[in-house]
Design a protein around this ligand. Structure first.
Ligand code: SF4
Length: 427
């Protein structure tokens, strides 16, 4: 999920209009139907020319691939993962500790195909943004935010989003399609290669937040598989608490996530009463606040010592007044009491970043200060997010509109795909 999150994210303006058959099942089974434009790799993990894209496979599925499809020892998968994720090598011929016969077999049956970098843009404050081509029609953005003690990558899970949060620039584009595991982990790979990141040795990428374009829980399987590669020592070696999934509140899928993964959870709350939240986050109509908070309680109880971050975008005159802060403090206290854990809830206040066409405005600094103080006085752990990457429009909600000359860029992308022998994907 989502705009206005803890970190700058990738709500770019490249998604196509919503396809008539693109449906997100809010009961939790991800997008049921995908537009015809989605490439085979987005649906099946197959490479565009019928070969497996190894980026689609986590450790277990890659071991299975080696054993069952290549008739090779399972440990060979580990060597290949290290070449790809630690050394950023994608050409099998350069994987010198594999025998010639195996390399030839891999050439025939597999590819390592990362998203294509259409452009990348550094910011004066160290923030870095990439526009990545996913297929001939779609591109998404990924943002890296360095801080003193960590480097965070904000990753997208869908092209567009169907949830229609009122303050979100991605919502204005509608939903186009889910990203495949390869397209999700490919964002991490591109950033890691650029940064020269080596897990456990030269750590430039210490955190990943699934807070870019899309609702990650609506693309559950691909996102969970990608997060498992992020947390695997043969992948990016990130600790569970350093991988965060942010959701608008798909209640059944929060429960499923609790059963299947150990990542940190963030919830886009933005209002502490149902009337206002339903207006801002329409999903609230289906899963009102008491159901959402109950799911959060179950998540925390399943994972002792974990906490949940509640994202709250402050919009002038909408949800930034003292009564809203008191309401939020009450909700957070109730949550803490229910799970009987100190600091089980953290609130991250995010000053709204206006984008063209929005009816919302950024809150005044004085109101932000009062809001934060009221929460802190009520002993709610509260931070205010600092805006980063202003000069590259990388902050939340600012990424849309970067691809203004879409036609020209798509033509260039098509050419690149074709030059790489992927003409069928570009057709
Ligand atoms: S519409 Fe809502 S869920 Fe979707 S990306 Fe925007 S803020 Fe996140």
């Amino acid at each position: 999920m989502s705009i206005q999150h803890d970190n700058p994210n990738a709500h770019d303006g490249t998604a196509n209009p919503v396809a008539a058959d693109a449906v997100v099942d809010l009961d939790g089974q991800a997008a049921k139907a995908e537009p015809a434009a989605a490439p085979p790799s987005a649906r099946t993990g197959a490479g565009v020319d019928g070969r497996r894209n190894i980026f689609d496979l986590d450790r277990t599925s890659l071991e299975d691939f080696f054993e069952q499809e290549l008739d090779e020892k399972r440990y060979r998968a580990h060597q290949v993962m290290k070449w790809i994720h630690h050394r950023h090598v994608t050409d099998f011929t350069d994987m010198t500790d594999l025998g010639k016969v195996l390399r030839a077999k891999l050439e025939e049956r597999a590819v390592v195909r990362a998203p294509i970098v259409l452009f990348d843009k550094p910011s004066a404050d160290g923030t870095h943004k990439w526009l990545l081509g996913m297929d001939a029609k779609n591109a998404i953005e990924t943002v890296y935010i360095p801080e003193k003690s960590r480097g965070t990558l904000c990753v997208s899970s869908q092209v567009g989003c169907a949830l229609n949060c009122q303050f979100c620039s991605t919502a204005t584009q509608g939903f186009n399609r889910n990203l495949s595991t390869a397209e999700i982990i490919g964002q991490v790979w591109v950033a890691a290669r650029h940064l020269g990141n080596v897990p456990h040795q030269q750590r430039r990428l210490t955190n990943v937040v699934m807070m870019g374009m899309g609702e990650p829980l609506a693309n559950f399987d691909n996102v969970v598989r990608a997060m498992s590669i992020m947390r695997d020592d043969l992948g990016y070696g990130l600790a569970n608490k350093r991988v965060t999934l942010s959701t608008a509140g798909m209640v059944p899928m929060i429960d499923r996530l609790g059963q299947e993964s150990d990542v940190s959870l963030a919830v886009s709350l933005h209002a502490a009463n149902d009337e206002l939240r339903t207006e801002l986050v329409p999903l609230n109509k289906k899963y009102p606040i008491h159901e959402l908070m109950a799911a959060c309680q179950r998540y925390v109880k399943r994972k002792p010592r974990s906490s949940i971050t509640f994202e709250y975008t402050l919009m002038k005159g909408v949800n930034d007044q003292p009564q809203h802060a008191r309401e939020l403090a009450r909700l957070m206290r109730q949550f803490g009491n229910a799970v009987q854990m100190k600091d089980a809830a953290k609130v991250n206040l995010i000053p709204f970043n206006p984008f063209p066409g929005t009816r919302f405005e950024r809150s005044d600094d004085a109101d932000i200060h009062v809001f934060q103080k009221l929460l802190q006085d009520a002993r709610v752990l509260t931070t205010v997010r600092r805006t980063r990457g202003d000069d590259i429009d990388a902050a939340c909600g600012q990424l849309k509109g970067q691809v203004t000359d879409k036609t020209r860029r798509q033509a260039a992308f098509l050419k690149t795909l074709q030059s790489q022998g992927a003409g069928d994907a570009a057709a």
